[in-house]
Ligand binder design. Structure first.
Ligand code: UGA
Length: 468
């Protein structure tokens, strides 16, 4: 690629398309339109597009429905299923389609990414930058560059760049509008200028920018998610050691968090990570590293994954212990289904995994989640779902907190105690006040904490230092 190649002038306000309107794409489209860009959202799923076009967000994401309606009223955002329309409309095209784990392998499935890039490239006849945002194995962007050049009727007019996305579900709007950094993986000055124009309002407020080559940009994303997963599994490995020694992982994490080199964020022990990103990204990264002959360098990611899986099994062990050695026929209330609070995403959700393991041991499992029940019932039809929190815990022999929604965190242990059959609770997310539960007569257990822990001697600021 010629680094000085200029397919055309750089518009002050490029017109944007966003291909793929899932969590990432829909949020990106809405956020960019709210910054004043003309945006066209594109998806092959007609029902998703119809919903979005009518001002409805097809998933749960706080703040997004309000912002969608606001921008729809300005006329800055439209939706379509037509790639012809997208090709004609856009100066910068953001490709935000999914890269799920391949069935029967740890590798990423790249068919949607490849199809989005080549379909678009085959139709573009004016200068355009195709920007990948999806999480891909390092080396994919270089391969896609070749594919785009081969498919395009005007290869000189089309360039490819990579711009990894770091948004978290539940905070998607704020993470998109006020990211902690931007990363541009580019092959020419023109591509960098196009991206600078596409992100001008975000750069103007001083957002740090790293301009890199394609490979580094691809790697930043998987390296970041691997680090975060490792940090969570690190503290959960310490929880295992605490369990063997009678130490308390909560206090340990707080004490560690005061060391600024370690920090308290993503040091929250418990049931571990799930979702559509961290689990599949560390597996795909390890798989790609093996292909590249550097599998050993990230072999620890297999251990990170294994520690994470053990937390789920250990949670089931604790429930079994509280149930008196067997859960068979016992009513167990599972609080939470989503992989984390403020999301209805149940991909690789630790909560549902635990609920299903308990069901497999013939427990009478009832699941309740404030937002994720519809998705959960579709993926786990074998589980029973309660319509309300109270209904879920009514008559329970053991309650297990699996997703730390505010509704569960703020629940009154006295009120709960009146509904359950036995006051026994497993706090899978270290989200409850053990002292308050014990005072209300509950048997309280949490991973990595001794069974007889009575008081938590934490100063007020220490209580907020360890966070997700
Ligand atoms: C993650 C990353 O945090 C984002 O930066 C990234 O952009 C995104 O993946 C992605 O690749 O698209 P997300 O999947 O929304 O974001 O969820 P996280 O907030 O990272 O939480 C992941 C899991 O870790 C949840 O199940 C959460 O309960 C768990 N967790 C998190 C812990 O168990 N302990 C912690 O201290 C933090």
């Amino acid at each position: 690629m010629n680094t000085t190649a200029t397919p055309g002038p750089v518009p002050a306000r490029p017109k944007l398309t966003v291909i793929g309107t899932g969590y990432l794409g829909a949020t990106h489209a809405v956020a960019m339109a709210s910054l004043g860009y003309d945006v066209l959202g594109v998806d092959v799923d007609q029902s998703k597009i119809d919903k979005l076009a009518s001002g409805e967000v097809p998933f749960f994401e706080p703040g997004l429905p309000e912002l969608l309606q606001e921008v729809m009223a300005t006329g800055k955002l439209r939706f379509t299923t037509s790639f012809d329309e997208a090709a004609e409309f856009g100066d910068v095209h953001f490709i935000c389609v999914g890269t799920p784990q391949l069935h029967g392998s740890h590798a990423a499935n790249l068919e949607y990414v490849e199809s989005a890039f080549t379909t678009l490239a085959s139709k573009i006849t004016t200068p355009a930058l195709l920007v990948g945002k999806s999480t891909v194995p390092v080396g994919t962007a270089a391969r896609l560059t070749d594919m785009v050049q081969m498919t395009s009727p005007n290869p000189d007019l089309v360039q490819l760049a990579w711009n990894p996305e770091f948004l978290r579900e539940g905070y998607a709007v704020q993470d998109t509008l006020r990211p902690d950094r931007l990363v541009f993986g580019v092959q020419s000055e023109w591509a960098e200028e196009m991206l600078r124009a596409a992100f001008a309002p975000i750069l103007e407020v001083g957002t740090p920018l790293v301009v890199a080559d394609l490979r580094t940009a691809e790697l930043v994303k998987v390296a970041a998610n691997s680090f975060l997963a490792t940090k969570i599994s690190y503290i959960n490995a310490m929880a295992e050691v605490c369990e063997a020694t009678g130490a308390d992982v909560n206090l340990l994490a707080s004490a560690l968090s005061y060391d600024d080199r370690i920090g308290g964020r993503f040091l929250k022990p418990g049931l571990g990570f799930g979702g559509g990103c961290l689990p599949k990204d560390i597996r795909a990264f390890a798989h790609r590293a093996e292909e590249l002959g550097v599998g050993q360098a990230v072999a620890f990611l297999h251990e990170v994954d294994a520690i994470n899986a053990r937390r789920r099994m250990r949670t089931v062990d604790l429930v079994r212990e509280l149930a008196g050695g067997s859960v068979k026929g016992k009513r167990i209330a599972c609080l939470g289904a989503a992989f984390k609070p403020n999301s209805d995403d149940i991909r690789d959700a630790p909560a549902l995994d635990v609920a299903d393991m308990l069901r497999a041991e013939s427990a009478d499992v009832v699941v309740y989640d404030p937002e994720a029940m519809k998705n959960a019932a579709k993926a786990y039809p074998q589980l029973t779902y309660a319509e309300t929190f109270s209904q879920a815990i009514k008559g329970a022999e053991v309650v297990v907190l699996l997703t730390e929604w505010d509704q569960f965190r703020n629940a009154d242990p006295e009120m709960m105690g009146e509904l359950v059959a036995h006051k026994a609770i497993v706090d899978g997310r270290h989200a409850l006040d053990a002292t308050a539960y014990r005072a209300a007569g509950w048997e309280y257990r949490a991973l990595g904490r001794p069974a007889d822990v009575k008081t938590v001697r934490l100063s007020e600021d220490a209580k907020d230092k360890v966070t997700v």
